[in-house]
Design a protein around this ligand. Structure first.
Ligand SMILES: *Cc1c(COP(=O)(O)O)cnc(C)c1O
Length: 427
């Protein structure tokens, strides 16, 4: 009663609240399973911290060159253990996910090599890294060519296509785990493991890199546990736990990670430099919280799919299928749906709740885009956020939620906005 009336004070009608409660009560078993995965991953994080003797001294950083940065070096050993790898590069000097991926590619490819994407078209920002869209400083400018094996119509690896695209110049195969902003399915870690095995059976010296963005801690294992030479991602998504204010990571084979370090800093310097300044407490604590934060975001995504599928909208993933990342796509079929949804997310945010998102012609997009986020960390998408291009099929992409309670309120608020704007009626 108290909770219902607090929701009421915050604009959520009794009808919306009780509809949400009904959906929640049907999700108990699924949420239980998510909590069990989070518990397991939480233990793995703590175990890696114990093994590497994380101590108070690790929390203070260095300045200047950053030689002998105990906290930074220990944190990288924690990550390596957690991901079952030889080595890790986890740095605030890696500015974002795209930078981490570009770093992994540029440092492990040489002129004349070919890069193969085994999961179809990669994430938008990688098109410019690779040179699919001509761009200053792309791999293409360095004489590194690109080939692509598309997924099958049902979103599975096309093993014969992969085989046919591998040639004597193929040096590195990239696999994107998450669907990103496409409507294909997200690949499971098991599926990725099978692809890695297949690729290595063709030629064992081909390197496999996995773009792990949005996938961390959703399952009990990561692609690195199934043989990925490099697993790469952003710290302002899942593994930063909402606390990391910047950063990216590359975990994997020692040689690959060393290559990346020597490109991030300089030949001859590698991992030895790169002051952590004051950032380590957030990196450690963020990683510590990440399994639970990821679970909150996952519950939010499942809650949203169940709400909107019930109301007749198509959801990817759908209301019942297994999850391999935290992104939820909902197709509204008209611009008003996308706009009302984003307004609801914005109004439920802890920061900038008073702002109203509007569609605008974002650089790099071929239509107007609306984005909603009222974040503690700018652009963080482990925090509750949503965006959608204003073009058919008028789908919104929604992700994040540092706590399940916030994700729940945010989603109820989207429904309230859709009702208030006359896009949806609740019987
Ligand atoms: C977010 C994302 C990226 C790029 O990350 P940024 O931090 O936005 O540069 C790359 N690949 C996938 C699948 C992503 O979701």
């Amino acid at each position: 009663m108290e909770t219902a009336s607090q929701y009421g004070k915050m604009g959520i009608s009794e009808k919306v609240y009780s509809f949400g409660e009904k959906i929640c009560s049907e999700l108990k078993e699924r949420f239980e399973k998510i909590d069990q995965t989070a518990e397991y991953n939480q233990l793995r994080v703590i175990d890696a911290m114990h093994k590497n003797n994380v101590g108070e001294a690790c929390l203070s950083g260095t300045t200047g060159y950053g030689y002998n940065d105990l906290g930074r070096d220990t944190l990288e050993r924690v990550w390596a253990d957690l991901f079952g790898c030889e080595d890790a590069l986890v740095r605030p000097q890696i500015t974002c996910g795209t930078h981490a991926l570009a770093l992994a590619l540029f440092s492990n490819l040489r002129p004349g090599d070919e890069l193969l994407s085994a999961a179809g078209k990669p994430y938008d920002t990688l098109e410019e890294v690779i040179g699919i869209r001509p761009s200053q400083g792309s791999l293409a400018e360095y004489g590194i060519t690109y080939a692509q094996a598309d997924l099958t119509a049902d979103g599975e690896f096309d093993f014969e296509a992969i085989r046919s695209k591998i040639n004597e110049r193929t040096k590195l195969v990239t696999i994107q785990r998450s669907k990103g902003y496409q409507t294909r399915k997200t690949l499971s870690v098991t599926q990725i493991g099978e692809a890695i095995k297949f690729i290595k059976s063709i030629r064992s010296d081909i390197l496999v890199m996995v773009d792990n963005c949005y996938g961390e801690f959703v399952e009990r294992i990561e692609p690195s546990h199934l043989g990925a030479d490099m697993t790469v991602g952003s710290l302002i998504k899942n593994p930063g736990g909402g606390l990391a204010p910047i950063g990216g990571y590359i975990v994997g084979k020692k040689e690959c990670v060393e290559n990346a370090a020597h490109r991030l800093t300089s030949p001859g310097l590698g991992k030895e430099v790169g002051a952590s300044l004051g950032i380590l407490p957030q990196f450690y604590q963020g990683l510590f919280l990440a399994p639970i934060v990821t679970a909150s975001a996952l519950k939010g995504a499942i809650f949203a799919a169940n709400i909107y599928e019930r109301l007749g909208f198509s959801c990817v993933p759908n209301a019942t299928e297994d999850r391999h990342d935290i992104i939820q796509a909902i197709t509204f079929g008209k611009p008003e749906g996308v706009i009302a949804f984003c307004k609801g997310v914005q109004a439920a945010s802890p920061v900038d709740s008073f702002a109203t998102p509007e569609p605008w012609p974002m650089p790099g997009y071929d239509s107007n885009v609306i984005m909603a986020a009222g974040n503690f960390v700018s652009g963080s998408s482990i925090e509750l956020s949503a965006d959608g291009p204003i073009k058919p099929p008028y789908a919104v992409y929604f992700q994040g939620g540092l706590t399940w309670a916030h994700a729940k309120y945010g989603i109820l608020n989207t429904l309230q906005f859709l009702i208030n704007d006359g896009v949806v009626t609740l019987n």
